[in-house]
Design a protein around this ligand. Structure first.
Ligand code: NAD
Ligand code: UDP
Length: 336
């Protein structure tokens, strides 16, 4: 019996891309009950079609910046709630700061009351535009505190500080995962991140929009690998932050080539201006995850892209998330 079996877990942000995969994994591992708490600002009820078929799953519509509580025991609180795409958080800067601060604290209070393990979804963005490469967990980062990405980066840095304070003051059993770029089914086609952006463009026969000269690097982790790392971390005793990501680093131009190869052809490249403070390089050092959790990624980019493209083909014709439908209206100048 593993230690998810028979346990009760609360997933904040459970209707999002990563949260919905985590809910599924916890149910598959035999959790007694999994409760998603989400206000659907960037998440989607349709991500929960699988879990909803399970009697051990419950979905609550709630903004976690407002207090919440549950009757009975809670063993794990997973905090996945926050806009995560640069376009989403640029459009929702105050909401992003509030969910990263007030929302995280409400989650920590729940874990404190219940004696639960609290796992915080942090991010490689806490390293900012890193001057140390690859990024190890003991690097303190290079973050612009007032730039366009600051609402996200600083909320996540504050979140880590709050988690550390609740551990020191209240002895909450805390875990911090620093997630590097992760992709897979259930990302929103229009969320602006590079994986859905390029796949969507290829599906529509449009050019790839490469920002800057495309020489900036990222390292892409498939969602099942990431979720496995999160579950291992939650079940461990590791209190220091742990990077989870795929160390295979490539330039954005190389990534465009990979998407083209996976789709059997595709668009040309159009260069667009590089967004301000866009990190130039990013690659996780995963020594800590390897040694403390026995974790490393297994899914090759080519295989993960195949699954992701199949998913996007399947949902290309369904109505967009309200956020994206609104953007499409704005793009075409239509009244909303
Ligand atoms: P997502 O936008 O798909 O999911 C976030 C979820 O949080 C959504 O369902 C959204 O509706 C919910 N949410 C936001 N504010 C809320 C609030 N106030 N109350 C309740 N629910 C709220 O994004 P994702 O890619 O699944 O990211 C999940 C988490 O992982 C985020 O915390 C993000 O910062 C972190 N992360 C993700 C990546 C990645 O590559 N996907 C990388 C680093 C960190
Ligand atoms: N990017 C791009 N074209 C796009 C979307 C993104 O060239 O249409 C670039 C972006 O500038 C960044 C990288 O791809 O350098 C990854 O962007 P994403 O938004 O996926 O995540 P980030 O790592 O910046 O948070």
């Amino acid at each position: 019996m593993n230690r998810i079996q028979g346990r009760r877990a609360v997933v904040l942000g459970g209707a999002g891309f990563l949260g919905s995969h985590l809910c599924e994994r916890l149910l598959a591992d035999g959790a007694f009950e999994v409760i998603s708490v989400d206000n659907f600002v960037t998440g989607d009820e349709r991500n929960l079609t699988g879990p909803r078929a399970n009697k051990r799953f419950m979905s609550l519509h709630h903004d976690i910046t407002e207090p919440f509580d549950f009757n009975g025991p809670v063993d794990f609180v997973f905090n996945m709630a926050s806009p995560a795409s640069p376009i989403d958080y640029a459009q929702l800067p105050i909401e992003t700061l509030r969910v990263g601060s007030l929302g995280t604290e409400n989650g920590l209070k729940l874990a404190h009351r219940k004696g639960a393990v609290f796992l915080q979804a942090s991010t490689s963005e806490i390293y900012g535009d890193p001057l140390v490469h690859p990024q190890r967990e003991d690097y303190w980062g290079n973050v612009n505190s007032i730039g366009p990405r600051s609402c996200y980066d600083e909320a996540k840095r504050y979140g880590e500080a709050l988690v550390a304070a609740y551990r020191r003051v209240h002895q909450v059993r805390t875990r911090i995962v620093r997630i590097f770029n992760t992709y897979g089914p259930r990302m929103r086609l229009e969320d602006g991140r590079v994986v859905p952006a390029f796949v969507g463009q290829a599906l529509r026969g449009e050019d790839f929009t490469v920002f800057g000269d495309g020489g900036q690097t990222r390292s892409f982790c498939y969602v099942s690998d990431l979720i496995d790392g999160i579950v291992r971390l939650a079940l461990s005793d590791v209190e220091e932050p742990v990077n989870i990501g795929n160390p295979r680093e490539m330039t954005i131009l190389q990534f465009a080539e990979a998407v083209r190869a996976a789709m059997g052809g595709g668009g040309r490249i159009t260069f667009e201006p590089l967004p301000k403070d866009d990190p130039k390089q990013r690659q996780p050092d995963i020594t800590r995850a390897r040694t403390l959790l026995g974790w490393e990624p297994r899914v090759a980019l080519e295989d993960g892209l195949r699954e992701t493209i199949a998913y996007f083909r399947g949902v290309a014709d369904r109505p967009a998330h309200p956020r994206d439908a609104q953007k499409q209206h704005l793009d075409t100048g239509a009244a909303i």
